[in-house]
Design a protein around this ligand. Structure first.
Ligand code: NAD
Length: 444
């Protein structure tokens, strides 16, 4: 088989190639060259979105083809480029000082199975815009499509006149290769996108880490909301790519007075309302109790279609259903878990305050995302203050917080535990200062 650009047998080979490429990149190329390369990356991934989406579905067996195409286009076109690199200038009779974002050099990055190529595109664009090279330890269950993406990104850069191997990966990623990357003295920054085990492992290296961790986004719906719009949007958003997105709503808290209307609106928008017997069957099918007595998702059901889940519990001919909904108590495992499948619990709350308390508790201090459907400014402000999430959305899908149906740039790496938030090129730069002293450079 033809060798794929940027894909190496060993971590050492990949690191050496990327270090050399990054040196050449920062010495021989201008900011405009960087932008031209990024333009080409956007173009190549948009042109190949359908093909890549198909590869992702086939390899990872997660999610929905159309939604993956939308996610690929969003990351390719919506991730910010070099335009976000900001320069601070201070001038006075004492001189002139310039502060800029300099590259870290080579960054080590870990990708999730839920967004394998989106993370390569998003981090790739942002890190290159910041003047860096990156070595990915991709999720092993997406290594084939990730190799394809790393090759494509190298082709795009090279066709725009840039150096090969700014983006590299090890062909057979394992926990061991992740440790090798994490412990390499040639890597100054680690970026991890995934669940809590990975975040803990990266933080354990003692290096600077930008970590994008798990979420369990709650959505509150109060009595002042446009209930029909809320119902329709929640169905579309929580079923998007079968709810494997960290940012997707995972539980709804509806105040008592509008709960029935909301459920009706969700059914009218294509959700299937599970009865009590069906809820028990779905729970038994997709969750399991661990030795510690807590529930976990069964891996084989993550990211599967709602129709497939229904079929498995004996409800057939519902293949077009996108989301399963049911009424749940607050302590229901689907409320507490990041379920990552199109099964949505709705908790009826006796008051707005109770909805807030429940939402905060269910978010588990992930500081990730939350939304509220309300036209009561006091409610929105109150909830926004206490939930304290990186992304907080009013009257829209949580995905509007990353520019999908809302304004603003996107990212595949929402740095929650370490606080960088919506990462972009600036997140992957070190601040450096150049100061001309003794009045130099001050021409006024
Ligand atoms: P995961 O944690 O299982 O895997 C993520 C990556 O970490 C993979 O490359 C995996 O090989 C590696 N990994 C897993 N356990 C590890 C450990 N103990 N030590 C070192 N490396 C380890 O997550 P996933 O199933 O691939 O992705 C889904 C998770 O990622 C969800 O929790 C989701 O919320 C989160 N996520 C967060 C963001 C964000 O921007 N905050 C974006 C996408 C996904």
């Amino acid at each position: 088989m033809e060798k794929l650009l940027g894909v190496f047998e060993t971590v050492d080979e990949a690191i050496d190639a990327a270090v050399a490429a990054q040196k050449e990149f920062v010495t021989k190329y201008t900011l405009q060259n960087r932008e031209n390369m990024i333009c080409n990356i956007r173009k190549y991934f948009v042109e190949n979105a359908t093909n890549i989406a198909e590869m992702m579905v086939t390899e990872t067996k997660l999610g929905r083809m159309d939604d993956k195409i939308a996610k690929l286009n969003l990351t390719a076109m919506g991730t910010a480029g070099t335009e976000v690199l900001k320069t601070n200038v201070y001038s006075s009779h004492q001189g002139l000082t310039v502060e800029e974002g300099a590259p870290y050099g080579l960054i080590g990055a870990v990708t999730p199975v839920t967004n394998p190529v989106e993370t390569i595109i998003g981090n790739g664009i942002s890190m290159i815009a910041g003047g860096n090279a990156v070595i990915f330890n991709v999720h092993p269950s997406a290594k084939t499509v990730s190799s394809y993406a790393v090759n494509l990104i190298n082709e795009a850069i090279s066709d725009a006149g840039g150096p090969k191997n700014l983006v590299v990966m090890v062909k057979e990623p394992t926990f061991q290769t992740m440790l090798e990357i994490g412990n390499s003295s040639k890597i100054k920054l680690l970026v991890g996108t995934g669940g809590p085990g990975m975040v803990k492992a990266l933080l354990g290296t003692g290096k600077k880490v930008i970590a994008a961790g798990a979420g369990n986004p709650p959505s509150i719906v109060d009595e002042t909301a446009n209930i029909e719009l809320a119902g329709a949007s929640l169905v579309a958003s929580a079923s998007f790519d079968n709810n494997i997105l960290c940012i997707g709503e995972k539980e709804i808290f509806a105040v008592e007075s509008i709960a029935d209307r909301l459920i009706k609106a969700m059914i009218q928008s294509g959700a299937y309302h599970l009865n009590e017997v069906e809820v028990d069957k779905v729970t038994e099918l997709v969750l399991e109790k661990g030795e510690d007595g807590t529930f976990h998702t069964r891996k084989e059901w993550i990211g599967q279609n709602a129709g497939k889940i229904l079929n498995a519990i004996g409800v057939s001919e519902k293949d077009d259903v996108r989301l399963l909904i049911f009424e749940a108590e607050f302590n229901n495992p689907f409320v507490q878990l990041e379920q990552m499948m199109p099964v949505m619990p709705i908790v009826r709350c006796e008051s707005f305050d109770q909805a807030c308390d429940y939402a905060i508790s269910a978010e588990h201090d992930n500081k990730h995302s939350a939304s509220i459907w309300s036209n009561n400014t006091e409610h929105v402000t109150q909830f926004g203050k206490v939930i304290n999430t990186t992304i907080f959305v009013q009257n829209g899908s949580t995905m509007s917080g990353i520019g999908y149906g809302g304004s603003g740039t996107t990212t595949a790496t929402i740095a929650t535990p370490t606080g960088e938030g919506i990462t972009n090129a600036m997140s992957f730069t070190r601040r450096r200062r150049f100061a001309i002293a003794n009045g130099g450079g001050y021409i006024l």
